[in-house]
Every structure is written in structure tokens, then in C-alpha cells.
Design a protein around this ligand. Structure first.
Ligand code: FRU
Length: 515
């Protein structure tokens, strides 16, 4: 039995697992930890045909403390097998936690680069794995970088992006420079152990905008992730003109937490930014994303869907944190990123309802969908007239008092722009949960919208014309009706398909036996 070390760790593990499993709000087809706390995806990768998902994990309870690396594997990105914890804090530079990092292939040796936390600070550490990636040995030389760059007044220093460039390794460590903004420090190494500091890749400007703005770049960048959006690898000439993309999670010791990305060009020494974009309109509900290229060259990204309920409610529930479904990232014609859940997810589809299409929905009218459930995959095509507003309601209670509304609208002036909004004001009768509106611009042509909505109890992932909005909701689970109505103007429903979704964990899912 694990030793309980924190004042909040009052519940033995078997009871914690039982509580987590009994919670009707716990998603069933998203990856969740066996019980306790989960945050960032780490070391996401495809290794010898197996997908690996490591994650920030505290099995002791649903609070962030003494973080370990949980580990799960998959052959299809859909169902996951729990594996033994990969990294645990031990005496030395990670005594207080093994924070976020990545997996790289060092000439065939699986190698983790992560942030060891001790004495209130984080420093880069390395661990090597057995060929099955199930057992890990920390490098005796940890931390491999002994201190942040000298002479720079930093706000924080942690999280890693590591890649091979020619004959050397490159690494970014997320940080921020006090009085300026977030940044990532660039390093070079021949052996992943001895690193030369090359300088800041590029420094954000925290004086632009302020913390309430959904695109404020923050005073620190967590979980930086740099990749080429198209053909070719970082540092090489782009064959197709595709940009490089720097994803980061804008952080501030106030409240700011949201993922953003710059498109631009990485030259080998610096990053020349072109444009800044929001990665997910749900902000903190798709936080600390990490991506990898799989063996069929898809860029696949996971993010942490954090909770919107109180700390006390999480502890009581025995679990916290959901991993997003893996989503494929592609470059849209306008130079921004587009996202879609990996198609593999479709194998969880079960009973199918096809709502008759080619129906006009006029203001004040609704469509009888006949769809209902707490685990759903919905796919709709619509065409909105100028000025139209359409609302898709999910997790709607029988009396309609509780409802989560996905609101699509098209500008009245006929310009091709629209808005995607998630109205959570009536998602839950519980007044203590986060019910803030989330929204962002919805690109459209002739008012056409392709909408995909994945509902998994308290986890909702929305993709509208490739723009994602991810969030958490806490309905009392009385009902799961799906409603569709127009509130302004009119829209043509072209097609509407709905499937119930099977769960991915059966009753045999349990903590890995110790030893
Ligand atoms: C992001 C983050 C990382 C850190 C980890 C700690 O959510 O704060 O910056 O490495 O979580 O769990």
C-alpha cells in the first residue's frame, strides 16, 4: 500500500479508485488516471508501433502534489493499458516532483527529458528506459543543466521540447523574463547530458494586452512545443512553404492559463514570429498540450482538460483531470491550424441515429432530434443564413433546466465570419462550478459549418470548421437530450448523425499491482 504523505491524502487507494469509478461525471471514453490527480500529457509518442502516453500524476488523491509520471500504452490511440509508474520523485533534484517533459529516441535508447522539482525550483533531468519503455533509470548526472541562464531575471524555468537537428540535439526550456514576457531558452547538445546555452529563441511581449485577454501571451511559457506544420523537419528548408509552429501555454502567477501558438520560421538560432493564434477556444480546458508525429506522419496532439469544479469537490470525487482525445493537427489554407479527433475514435461508435437532413430551421423553431445520451459523437453539417444563430443543446435535463449550449452564429452583414460559443450558464444546477462562456471566431464559407461534438459526461470537445473548443461541464446527469433550435434568422440542416459511444475501460481496470 502506498504511504500517505499529504494532509489531503486521507483516503486509501482502493477506496479512492472505488469513488472515482462510481462518479457519474467521470468520462468513459477519454483517458483518465486510475484515480487521483492527472495533469499534463508527457512523452507522447509512437514507438515501435505502440503509442505511449505518460502524464503528470498523483495517485494519492485529487490534488497536485509530489508529481509522478503515470504511463499508459495503446495500439490504436483509443483503448489504453495502464503501465507501471515511469518516474517517481526520489532524493535529489526531483525530490518534490517529476514535472513535465518529453520522450526522445537516443540512437535506439528511449530517453526522457523532464523537469525535476526540488527546493521550490525546477531543473532539466534525464532518465533512460528499457527497450519496452516500462522501467526507467535516472541519470546520475541529474540535473543535466545546473541552473537557468546566468544574468537573466526569470519568472520560472521548466518543461522541454527536444529534437534532433543534423548531428546535434536541440532543446527548448520554457521560461519568462521579468519585465518583458514569456520565452523559451534554446540549448544544444551532442549527448543529451551536456548542454550549451544558445540564447532565448524569441521573447514575448507581456505589455501587449492584459491578463483577461484570451490571447495574452503571459509572463511565462509552459510546455513549449515546436514543430514544422508541413513537410520536412525543423531547421531544414521548407519544401512546401509550410510554417514552423511554436505552441506554448501562456501562464502568469495570477490566473492566466491558456494555450496559444505562433506561426513563423525557426532559423536554427531564433524564431521569427508571423502570427499569434489561440489554440483552443476553451483556454485552460485544453492546457499544456504536447504533440508528436506518428509513424504515418500525422501530427497528433493531446491536452489536459482540467477541472471546473472546486478543489474540495475534486478531492471528494477521488479523481481530477481528463486527457483530451488525441487530435490530428493540419495546416488550413489560411495558414492557421485545424484540428479533428483521430478517426480511430470512430470505432467506439455504437447505436446510430440519423436525423433527417435538408430541413430549414427558422428562428423560434426546433428540430426533434430523438438523440439522447451522456456519451455521444455528433456530426452535423449546416448552412447559416446571414444573421442566423443556431443552438445545439447537449446534456439537457428532461425539464430543460440544465443544458449545455453550443451556439453557432453568422454575422448579419453577410461577411463570411461567424462565432462559435459555448454557453455553460445552465450546464449545471450546482452554483459552485465554472460556468463562464467560451467563444472564438468561426471561419466559414457561404455560412457552411461542419460541426463535430464529442460529449463524454463532464468532458465536451467541439470542433467547428476545424476550430476546437474544449471544456468541462457538471450536469446532475438527469438527462442527456440533444436539442437543435434556431434563435435568429434561419439555417438549413444538411445532415445530422449521432452515435452513442462505448467506454474504453471495463471493470478490470485497476491500479497496476505493486512490485
Ligand atoms: C503545466 C505545468 C508544467 C509543469 C507541470 C507540473 O500544467 O505547470 O509547467 O511541468 O504542470 O505538474
Amino acid at each position: 500500500m502506498t504511504e500517505l504523505t499529504h494532509p489531503l491524502a486521507t483516503v486509501p487507494q482502493d477506496e479512492l479508485v472505488a469513488r472515482a469509478e462510481a462518479d457519474p461525471l467521470r468520462p468513459r471514453f477519454h483517458f483518465v488516471s486510475p484515480a487521483g490527480w492527472l495533469n499534463d500529457p508527457n512523452g507522447v509518442s509512437h514507438w515501435d508501433g505502440t503509442y505511449h502516453l505518460f502524464y503528470q500524476y498523483n495517485p494519492e488523491g485529487a490534488f497536485h502534489h509530489r508529481i509522478q509520471w503515470g504511463h499508459a500504452t495503446s495500439t490504436d490511440l483509443v483503448t489504453w493499458v495502464d503501465q507501471p509508474v515511469a518516474l517517481e520523485p526520489s532524493e535529489g533534484p526531483d525530490a518534490d516532483g517529476c514535472w513535465s517533459g518529453v520522450l526522445v529516441n537516443d540512437g535506439g535508447t528511449p530517453t526522457l527529458v523532464y523537469s525535476g522539482r526540488a527546493e521550490g525550483k525546477e531543473l532539466p533531468c534525464v532518465a533512460v528506459g528499457t527497450p519496452d519503455l516500462l522501467s526507467w533509470t535516472k541519470d546520475p548526472g541529474n540535473p543535466v543543466i545546473g541552473a537557468p541562464p546566468a544574468g537573466v531575471d526569470i519568472t520560472a524555468y521548466r518543461d522541454h521540447c527536444v529534437w534532433r537537428e543534423g548531428s546535434t540535439w536541440r532543446q527548448l526550456v520554457g521560461s519568462g523574463i521579468r519585465g518583458l514576457g514569456g520565452t523559451a531558452f534554446l540549448y544544444e547538445s551532442s549527448d543529451l547530458r551536456s548542454w550549451d546555452y544558445l540564447g532565448p529563441l524569441f521573447i514575448g511581449d507581456a505589455s501587449q494586452g492584459d491578463p483577461v485577454d484570451t490571447d495574452w501571451t503571459g509572463t511565462m511559457w509552459e510546455c513549449v512545443d515546436l514543430f514544422r506544420a508541413g513537410e520536412g523537419s525543423l531547421g531544414s528548408a521548407p519544401a512546401d512553404g509550410a510554417p514552423d509552429v511554436l505552441v506554448f501555454s501562456a501562464w502568469d502567477d495570477g490566473e492566466t492559463r491558456h494555450p496559444l501558438y505562433w506561426t513563423g520560421r525557426y532559423s536554427g538560432d531564433t524564431f521569427e514570429p508571423e502570427a499569434l493564434h489561440r489554440l483552443d477556444y476553451g483556454g485552460r480546458f485544453f492546457y499544456a498540450p504536447q504533440s508528436f508525429q506518428d509513424e504515418s506522419n500525422r501530427r497528433v496532439m493531446f491536452g489536459w482538460m482540467q477541472e471546473g469544479r472546486s478543489d474540495a469537490a475534486m478531492v471528494e470525487a477521488g479523481w481530477s483531470g481528463v486527457m483530451s482525445l488525441p487530435r490530428v493537427t493540419t495546416l488550413a489554407k489560411d495558414g492557421t491550424l485545424e484540428f479533428a479527433p483521430v478517426p480511430e475514435i470512430e470505432k467506439l461508435r455504437r447505436s446510430h441515429v440519423s436525423v433527417p437532413g435538408h430541413v430549414m430551421v427558422a428562428a423560434g423553431t426546433s428540430v426533434e432530434t430523438g438523440v439522447s445520451g451522456h456519451q455521444l459523437d455528433l456530426e452535423l453539417d449546416m448552412q447559416l443564413a446571414p444573421g442566423a444563430e443556431v443552438r445545439l443543446g447537449v446534456l439537457t435535463s428532461p425539464d430543460g433546466a440544465e443544458e449545455t449550449l453550443i451556439v453557432l452564429s453568422r454575422a448579419a452583414d453577410g461577411t463570411p465570419s461567424g462565432t462559435l460559443r459555448l454557453d455553460r450558464s445552465r450546464s449545471s444546477l450546482d452554483p459552485d462550478v465554472d460556468g463562464e462562456d467560451k467563444s472564438g471566431p468561426l471561419p466559414m464559407t457561404d455560412g457552411r459549418v461542419h460541426l463535430r461534438v464529442l460529449v463524454d459526461r463532464s468532458a465536451v470537445e467541439i470542433f467547428a470548421n476545424g476550430k476546437p473548443l474544449t471544456a468541462r461541464v457538471y450536469p446532475t446527469m438527469g438527462g442527456g437530450r440533444v436539442t437543435l433550435a434556431a434563435t435568429e434568422g434561419s439555417a438549413r440542416l444538411l445532415s445530422f448523425d449521432a452515435w452513442t459511444m462505448a467506454g474504453i475501460f471495463d471493470s478490470t481496470r485497476n491500479l497496476i499491482p505493486e512490485g
